[in-house]
Design a protein around this ligand. Structure first.
Ligand SMILES: [Mn+2]
Length: 199
């Protein structure tokens, strides 16, 4: 499945496919652009199949409902909704178009890399663990981005070698998605990636 969203501040493209042989996807995502901000959540439900989907989809619903909230508030909502569910990993970020700032928070193995044209990378080290409704503290990072910055966020259903080189050398997100196509073939897990360019 391919989906794209864009406005004058951002262009994004989502690719998602379930594990081979599965009918439902344990990964879920939510993206939304307004005139002021972009919000993106990618969640990977523990395991695969229906129960994995139930966890990650509960996160998607919370972010869809409360997308206007700050990242620290939202990630806590996401954690709370997983009480009595299996659990999920989550990466969540919000882009403030006017201040040119990104606020990022994550628990678990979802990878996020952002490249700014001056050569800077934001590539947070994943925090071990997952959300399961138990109280926990979240690391929240805020950083500025430059015009034409590009990012990729993806679950562990895809392995992308030389991901930094890819982000720094490719010009458009269409080109990036063409390049990634070959890495979507061999998968033994649900797969979600979202790529984007900020203007
Ligand atoms: Mn996974």
């Amino acid at each position: 499945m391919l989906e794209s969203q864009s406005n004058q501040y951002i262009q994004t493209l989502v690719y998602q496919i379930q594990k081979e042989g599965n009918v439902c996807n344990g990964d879920s995502f939510f993206i939304k652009s307004t005139d002021d901000y972009f919000i993106c959540a990618v969640a990977d439900g523990l395991g695969s199949g229906l129960y994995a989907h139930a966890s990650s989809n509960a996160i998607r619903e919370v972010v869809e409902q409360y997308h206007y909230e700050e990242v620290d508030v939202l990630i806590d909502y996401c954690n709370k909704v997983l009480k009595d569910k299996r659990g999920a990993t989550l990466s969540l970020f919000k882009v403030d178009f006017l201040l040119k700032k990104i606020t990022y928070s994550s628990v678990g193995n979802i990878r996020f890399v952002l490249y700014s044209p001056s050569g800077q990378f934001f590539n947070p080290v994943p925090v071990y663990g997952y959300l399961s409704g138990k109280p926990q503290k979240y690391g929240i990072e805020t950083f500025t981005y430059e015009k034409d910055a590009k990012f990729i966020i993806h679950t562990d259903g895809i392995y992308i070698p030389a991901i930094k080189h890819l982000l720094s050398s490719i010009r458009s997100i269409e080109e990036m998605s063409n390049y990634l196509e070959i890495y979507t073939h061999e998968r033994n897990d649900d797969l979600t990636y979202i790529i984007g360019q900020l203007f």
